[in-house]
Ligand binder design. Structure first.
Ligand code: ADP
Length: 199
């Protein structure tokens, strides 16, 4: 069995900075957010099911998913949200498992902002939390995305509280300094993961 590392952290914590570093080291990274988009691309089974369940209005004229219309719809109805998740979550999980299995590197990473929230950590052997204060999260995310502080605060509020993630994670890197500081921490962990992967 391949060693699978689950990498998580709240918005703006530095997950992408960390996963980019591992990728530069030749480690395959499967990104749950990317998979979530892939499974609703034209021609995918999940998109067909969404259309059959909700109706033609969920598609644009070219057959692609009208994300905005669907988002507004599920925003109005918890039931609709659950129905949608019953279609997408199993498809996302299946695709993640497939991509993790196919990965050709000493170990493989699953990066997900909602690793614990969606039980995706069950697909991993070990978890790493990239951690930062809420202040830093807001500062970094607002500089990156041009989102308002209010929007970022809402996203933080919808994610699992930081303290709970700290409890659940096997390793924690506090990303409160320069990027070089983050990379130095990751270097040490990478050595450990390589050893575990060989065991
Ligand atoms: P996440 O993927 O967790 O939302 P990112 O890795 O995209 O967060 O980081 C958010 C922003 O902050 C990015 O622009 C990133 O380059 C920057 N960043 C991350 N860590 C640091 C750091 N230690 N020092 C300075 N900037 C950082």
């Amino acid at each position: 069995m391949k060693f699978v590392l689950g990498l998580t952290g709240g918005i703006g914590s530095g997950k992408s900075a960390a996963s980019d570093w591992f990728e530069r080291r030749g480690i395959v990274v499967v990104d749950a957010d990317v998979v979530a988009r892939e499974i609703v691309e034209i021609g995918q089974q999940a998109l067909l099911k969404i259309k059959e369940t909700f109706g033609d209005w969920v598609l644009h004229e070219d057959g692609s998913l009208n994300r905005r219309a669907l988002r507004e719809h599920i925003f109005q109805s918890t039931e609709a949200r659950k129905t949608l998740e019953n279609i997408t979550h199993p498809a996302i999980r299946q695709s993640i498992i497939q991509q993790l299995e196919q990965a050709q590197s000493p170990y493989v990473i699953l990066v997900s902002p909602l690793l614990f929230e969606t039980n995706q950590h069950e697909l991993t052997n070990h978890t790493l939390l990239i951690d930062a204060s809420e202040e830093l999260q807001i500062h970094r995310a607002s500089q990156r995305d041009h989102q308002t502080v209010e929007q970022i605060k809402k996203i933080i509020a919808a994610q699992m509280p930081r303290a709970q993630k700290q409890q659940l994670a096997d390793d924690i890197v506090l990303n409160d300094g320069h990027l070089d500081h983050l990379y130095a921490h990751l270097e040490k962990l990478h050595e450990q993961y390589l050893k575990r992967a060989q065991a």
